[in-house]
Design a protein around this ligand. Structure first.
Ligand SMILES: NC(=O)N[C@@H](CC(=O)O)C(=O)O
Ligand SMILES: [Zn+2]
Length: 434
């Protein structure tokens, strides 16, 4: 990765608006914006080629698998995937082995992320010890450590005990940190592997009803109301969740929600092939759900896009559908899927993309150096998007160590031309800079 000094990016359109301008970055900060800028001879130069310039993306939901499953992803490989996907910050979920339920693990993840240096890696701390759902983890120690953990989640599992969730929210309020809930009432999803509906019935797959998600969403909204604190809903997947989040926000409850690219695009029609690449939690649902999620993201009910990048080894994804691991890759394809589902149909413009992929996620978690406006004096965390380009996804070409992308061999719109982290180029023309 190039060291900060000066960087001149020529010929870009901030938020896809107006005439192309140049951006001069000095020591990691945007120093000048305007036509025909000059830079010192030693400055690095990047030709923008009329790219759309956006604030660097922030992902609130990434699984990096280190420590424990470095065969499927490492902090280094996941950081490369993130930089190539236009991300400048990712939140690494706690369901590692060992679980990130103490400051030794969270601080190690943070330090390794800094050493790799391609993206800001913020570890997520577990809410409960070992993700066991029985005893609160030492959230205060993790928040006070080097990583300054800002978000806690048992993701992969739901904090289903209502009293424990209540205590976690109260504790989080005192620490001014965010609890992110994987909303799944486990007693409604015993043995479930697919969305409960006509497709699963026909294919003989055990169903995961919408109510398993929605009952936890409404419960946690009420618990957040009573605790006077905020709660964040991971990977919203149903029409009912959109309606419930809208209702809760209208009551003044401090609730936020994310949607994944795959829940915006894909439905359970994909399951006809029994290909385990389509197995994910929460499951791919129906068109009324994808339509509601798109509308919800467009009108702000759903706050942001998060990838739920979930790498798995080939041998855990090649078996029978019912025993395969749930989860799909997301970092390198997220922007393209958002363009396909939201920009192309006119539901979001580029300002809207900046909002849902950068500004809102940074605000939700309280990052002050990311998701900032593109303006003089702001930190240079930036993504250049070639909006007119397209690419064909090849699983083997992805930087992720795993290959479980549901978009293999699909041609998708828009590419990331470059990613800039505090003035240093982390990815350029499909290659990472180390
Ligand atoms: N989404 C998934 O299907 N899997 C995630 C866990 C999660 O996000 O729930 C994983 O860690 O593999
Ligand atoms: Zn989850």
């Amino acid at each position: 990765m190039s060291a900060p000094g000066s960087l001149l990016i020529t010929d870009v359109r901030p938020y896809g608006e107006g005439d192309p301008v140049d951006i001069l970055i000095v020591d990691g900060v945007i120093a000048e914006i305007g036509p025909d800028l000059t830079a010192p001879a030693e400055a690095e130069r990047i030709a923008g080629g009329d790219a759309v310039l956006l604030p660097g993306f922030v992902d609130l939901h990434t699984h990096l698998r280190e420590p424990g499953r470095e065969d499927t992803e490492t902090i280094a490989s996941g950081s490369a995937a993130a930089a190539l996907g236009g991300y400048t910050a990712v939140f690494a979920m706690a369901n590692t082995d060992p679980v990130a339920d103490n400051s030794t693990v969270t601080d190690n993840v943070y330090r390794t992320g800094r050493e790799v240096g391609l993206v800001d890696v913020h570890p997520v701390g577990a809410v409960t010890v070992g993700l066991g759902g029985k005893q609160l983890a030492e959230m205060g120690m993790m928040a006070a450590g080097a990583a300054k953990v800002k978000m806690f989640s048992d993701d992969g599992k739901c904090v289903d005990d209502p009293l424990l969730m209540r205590r976690a929210l109260e504790y989080a309020k005192g620490l001014d940190v965010l609890i992110a809930q994987h909303a799944e009432e486990p007693r409604l999803t015993v043995g479930a592997v697919a969305h409960e509906g006509p497709t699963a019935s026909r294919l003989g797959l055990a169903g995961w009803p919408r109510a398993a998600e929605e009952s936890i969403v409404v419960r946690d909204a009420l618990l957040a109301r009573d605790a006077g604190t905020r709660v964040h809903i991971c990977h919203a997947s149903t029409e009912g969740t959109v309606e419930l989040v809208k209702w809760a926000k209208a009551q003044g409850i401090s609730i936020t929600a994310e949607v994944t690219p795959h829940h915006l695009l894909l439905t359970d029609a994909r399951l006809e092939s029994y290909d385990p690449v389509n197995k994910v939690n929460p499951p791919l649902r129906e068109e009324r759900d994808t339509a509601a999620l798109r509308r919800g993201l467009a009108d702000g009910t759903i706050d942001c896009v998060a990838t739920d990048h979930a790498p798995h080894a080939a041998q855990e994804k090649c078996c029978e559908f019912s025993v395969a691991r749930p989860g799909m890759l997301g970092l390198e394809t997220a922007l393209s899927i958002v363009v396909e589902t939201m920009v192309t149909p006119g539901l979001l413009d580029w300002r809207g993309v900046a909002k849902v992929m950068s500004e809102r996620p940074a605000q939700i978690v309280g990052l002050t150096d990311q998701g900032r406006p593109i303006a003089v004096g702001e930190p240079a965390n930036l993504t250049l998007v070639d909006a007119a380009a397209s690419w064909t996804v090849r699983a083997a070409d992805l930087a992720s160590l795993s290959g479980n992308t549901p978009y293999a061999d699909m041609t998708l719109p828009a590419t990331i031309r470059a990613t800039v982290l505090r003035g240093a180029v982390t990815a350029h023309e499909g290659a990472v800079r180390r």
